[in-house]
Design a protein around this ligand. Structure first.
Ligand code: FE
Length: 351
């Protein structure tokens, strides 16, 4: 508790200094704050993040310098830079990649009572090397005019021959699918996972291509009846400035699989402090800010993700989808089984 109070006090102090620096242009405080930076390597490809980074800058006076690339590229970059790396924080859209960064020695354990106590334990690393920031469910979207939700049940049931030629899903090179597969290995075992992968390939409506949104569009165009997608893409389509996307999203239903057993597969966007972070204190403050109520509110309101904190209200569209049971698998397992997942995909011919 003491540490928590200290963290809050430190944060408030910085927030206060940030405001102070705006008022007194020549103050020493401003000098100190002005040069403060946090270097963020991020794979998150969403505009609302920029708004949140701005909010953090305004609150603390700490400048957020962003390097945007895929998680694999960022991990590679951090490896090459070694001790010289300017990276303070690594953000990815998937726990599997964070867990890989940890295994490669690119992150460090930090002390933050706030992060540790606020984030559910299965959504953070046991060694405090990374923390979940937002949740996303990998769900089954279905064509409302052709499928009744009663016909759906589990990820496992998607291999049922009744779905032959009906399933739309993106390529296996995508981390969202790799993590779903890792969760199936963790829950059902390797042999069952192999059979599942082959069964899905046999039921595919077409050879995998495109993004999650493209699967939904293809489904509405009649290419298949079911699409495996991340939940927030549906929220984004429903609220898209493109009227065509809105119309498309309105024609589909959302199904949360495995409600009678382990629950729907959940993944997180998350962050960790880089091993050689030159601005470690700022990095911790930055990650702590990302789970503040106001940052969490933007993540859900503008990006349709589930807040990592129970205390934050999900955006209306998400609430309309209803509560559901989440798979509480420890997310480090997504990293642990990633290589196996990729091998099984290859073996099954899932492009
Ligand atoms: Fe995404």
């Amino acid at each position: 508790m003491k540490k928590l109070l200290l963290a809050i006090a430190t944060f408030s102090l910085l927030v206060a200094c940030g405001n102070e620096s705006k008022k007194k242009d020549n103050s020493a405080a401003q000098e100190i704050i002005k040069d403060q930076v946090v270097n963020v390597y991020t794979h998150r490809h969403y505009q609302p993040d920029q708004d949140i980074f701005k909010m953090f800058e305004e609150k603390t006076g700490i400048k957020v310098k962003v390097i945007n690339a895929s998680a694999d590229e960022l991990i590679q970059k951090m490896k090459m830079e070694g001790k010289q790396s300017p990276a303070d924080v690594l953000i990815t859209v998937d726990a599997g990649r964070l867990s890989r960064a940890k295994d490669e020695g690119l992150l460090q354990s930090i002390e933050s009572e706030l992060l540790e106590s606020s984030i559910p334990s299965h959504l953070q690393d046991a060694d405090n090397q990374w923390f979940g920031l937002t949740k996303r469910a990998r769900i089954i979207a279905y064509a409302k005019d052709r499928v009744k939700p009663e016909e759906l049940s589990t990820y496992e049931d998607l291999v049922n021959t009744k779905w032959k030629g009906k399933i739309l899903v993106r390529s296996s090179s995508n981390i969202y699918n790799q993590s779903l597969m890792a969760s199936i290995i963790a829950n059902d075992g390797e042999e069952a996972a192999k059979i599942w992968a082959k069964g899905i390939v046999a039921n595919m409506a077409r050879s995998p291509k495109g993004s999650d949104r493209d699967q939904v569009k293809a489904m509405v165009a009649g290419e298949g009846d079911l699409a495996i997608v991340n939940s927030y893409y549906i929220g984004k389509m429903l609220n898209s400035p493109d009227a065509e996307e809105v119309k498309t999203a309105q024609q589909i239903g959302l199904f949360f699989p495995n409600q009678e057993d382990r629950g729907t597969h959940i993944n997180v966007s998350g962050a960790g402090v880089a091993k050689y972070a030159p601005n470690k204190e700022n990095a911790i403050l930055f990650i702590e800010y990302l789970i503040s109520d106001e940052a969490q509110q933007v993540f859900t309101d503008a990006n349709y993700e589930y807040p990592i904190l129970e205390s934050v209200e999900p955006v209306k569209d998400i609430k309309d989808w209803g509560d559901f049971k989440e798979d509480n698998l420890e997310l480090n397992k997504l990293g642990a089984f990633n290589k196996k997942a990729v091998l099984i995909f290859d073996e099954a011919g899932w492009k």
